[in-house]
Design a protein around this ligand. Structure first.
Ligand code: SF4
Length: 400
């Protein structure tokens, strides 16, 4: 971040309340994974921690930060040794503070012991997102996971026993997966939140090389069965792939879906930042999205990519993310945040998709129907095709 020429030395005007930290290390690489991950090598974690401290200091010097949520994802943050995780948390706390409302650690079942779970809680984590993926040994083997079902059950019980809020991650649409017993088994363990993502075969992964495919029919069945089973047990689908008991929603992920700004710390981390100064604002820039480079470039202090977001892009981004939520998006609030009359400018795609049964408009609240969720990319394309005059003259386009 410090090498980014767009960064200004004085703090920007808007407070940033969310922080994502990327920990890129995993014990082994799963065959479906396309995240920025690598196995650890001597000296690499130490260099990562040093650079992370410098980047946290640079973010603190650039933005006004009062954190509500912190999320350590990866990779496998729980794979860090106790002293390493302590150093990481220390750097974050020293420069950026700690989340007032929620602090999540992504956890691999194979890394959990009662002692480590207690240590994570003592460090300030109150929520664990656990990569269970399935409770069926054959499915876990197919997915190339290093844990078995028994370890996953033990890990969830231990974390809940320590007093952490636990979210269980599941992968659906895996060939031969007993999805119903996976879901019932996970709920029987007492989790209050489930993230259920369809297995997707990304280019460049081991599964893509092996020619593994996922049938659309299995995908759709998984999508519908997951909702039916989880809602029957009292978890609401509050986002396309996320389910929670009341009050157990992920506050951090809600910030993404609600189009809030957040800091991204670590290699490969993406962040969504407020415009820093009047020059950007009066030039029609509302926010800036930055993505850090991968580990080796990041270690040298190389800047990542930065994309300035103007009002039309802010609106389509906010719709793309916000329509993932069951509650949808409030068009009045989006108009105030973007300075665009959203209901007026996007009247045509709104009306067309309401007529197709893909969107529903209730007063100012726009949401996707279950059918619309299934084809959300196509729905958003209609919004992207609207020509909005660019506000590129100084003095125009300041947010409402
Ligand atoms: S544990 Fe998660 S982040 Fe690590 S390789 Fe497997 S899927 Fe990727």
């Amino acid at each position: 971040m410090s090498a980014d020429p767009a960064a200004q030395p004085s703090p920007g005007p808007d407070v940033v309340r969310h922080l994502y930290v990327h920990v890129p290390f995993c014990p082994t690489i799963c065959p479906y994974c396309d995240f920025h991950v690598l196995t650890r090598r001597a000296g690499l974690v130490e260099r990562y921690l040093e650079r992370l401290e410098a980047e946290a200091a640079a973010l603190a010097a650039t933005y006004r930060v009062e954190l509500d949520t912190v999320y350590l994802g990866g990779g496998t943050p729980s794979f860090l040794r106790d002293a390493e995780l302590e150093a990481l948390v220390g750097s974050v706390r020293r420069h950026l503070g700690w989340g007032r409302l929620e602090n999540t650690l992504e956890v691999n079942p194979g890394t959990v012991t009662p002692e480590r779970s207690a240590h994570w809680q003592a460090l300030g984590f109150d929520r664990a997102s656990v990569g269970v993926q399935s409770l069926d040994d054959a499915t876990l083997t197919f997915l190339g996971r290093q844990h078995d079902a028994q370890q996953a059950r033990e890990a969830v019980r231990t974390l809940i026993g320590t007093g952490l809020r636990v979210s269980g991650d599941l992968i659906t649409a895996v060939p031969g997966q007993p999805l119903e017993s996976d879901i019932q088994g996970l709920l029987d363990l007492g989790v209050g939140h489930v993230s259920a993502y369809t297995l997707t075969i990304e280019p460049g992964t081991e599964f893509a090389r092996r020619g593994v495919t996922v049938e659309e029919e299995d995908e759709r069945r998984g999508f519908e069965q997951t909702e039916a089973l989880l809602s029957a047990r009292g978890l609401t689908r509050y986002e396309i792939s996320n389910y929670a008991r009341p009050g157990q929603e992920s506050r951090h992920n809600l910030a993404y879906w609600q189009g809030r700004t957040y800091l991204g710390l670590g290699p490969g981390a993406a962040g969504h930042y407020p415009a820093l100064d009047e020059r950007q604002r009066t030039g029609g820039i509302l926010t800036v999205r930055r993505t850090n480079p991968h580990l080796h470039e990041w270690l040298t202090g190389e800047a990542g990519t930065a994309e300035s977001i103007d009002a039309p892009e802010f609106v389509t981004d906010a719709l793309f993310m916000g329509l993932r939520l069951r509650a949808g998006v409030n068009l009045g609030s989006l108009s105030r945040r973007s300075g665009l009359d959203v209901a007026g400018v996007y009247a045509a795609p709104i009306e067309a998709n309401v007529a197709r049964g893909l969107l529903a408009l209730d007063g100012e609240q726009l949401r996707a129907t279950p059918e619309g969720w299934w084809v959300l990319n196509r729905v958003i394309t209609d919004f992207l095709e609207v020509e909005v005059p660019r506000q590129d003259t100084p003095g125009s386009g300041s947010p409402g």
